[in-house]
Design a binder for this molecule. Sequence first.
Ligand code: 2HA
Ligand code: ZN
Length: 286
Amino acid sequence: MNVTLQTERERTQPAGFDIPFVREMAEITQHMWKNGWDERNGGNVSYLLKEEEVAPYMDIHQVIRTITPAFSVQELAGQYFIVTASGKYFKNVLADPEGNLGVLRVSADGQELEVLWGLKGGANPTSELPTHFMSHIERLKIDPNHRVVMHNHATHVLAMTFIHELHEARFTKTLWQMCTECVVVFPDGVGIIPWMMPGSNEIGRATAEKMQEYHAVIWPQHGIFGTGTTIDEAFGLIETIEKAAQVYMLVAGHDIRQRITDEQLRALALQFGVTPRPGVIEGEPN
Ligand code: 2HA
Ligand code: ZN
């Protein structure tokens, strides 16, 4: 009886659902889509995997095909990633992980990507791969446990970039002031780059440079990049920033009768043992 049920369940699961990191990617992209952050083919995720996590589920000696990216990444040679595919819709990942996700290994010389699973039907890795890889490189220098880079078009973050000045410290302070727990969740604040062409190596370099100091980077009139040691952490960071931006968009233009004070921000940091980025609470000259 149990055997029959098991078989039935397996039959109704999309291919790949037995692989924990595939399932995690399929579920998180569905959450992002349901939040309205990933219209059409918007958004991309890359997740650094350990060889011992990958090997039980696929033949790591069987390269399905190789892809030559427009940039070389010696720093990531031999590393394994699961990534979302270019031009594919987050809406569809859950039903067809193999067509919308791919597991790749960076070749030993850092010049090629070796596809080990997925990217069915000739799909390619995300168009934002330069930003993802360059950001992984920078975050890993700071935190050896870093694993995840996540991009989406979080609605209120995007809206806020139209009406708030794009000054990192002042933008960060506004976000911290919107929800009590913000300063605790992202004490390093948010980095902001100028508007740039998506998909380019240039936006990759500019974003990665900010990643030397920030876990999250905002692309004006486009969206946000969040990073973390787990899918949950990167998602939770974006969720928290988005919530703050939503509150900002709700209160902007209204009479503010009370707010979180600078003293309260400092007290929160002390209570939760975090160090707020210097120059944010007190403001900085310029
Ligand atoms: O199309 O979000 O930034 C995917 C994107 C590009
Ligand atoms: Zn985007």
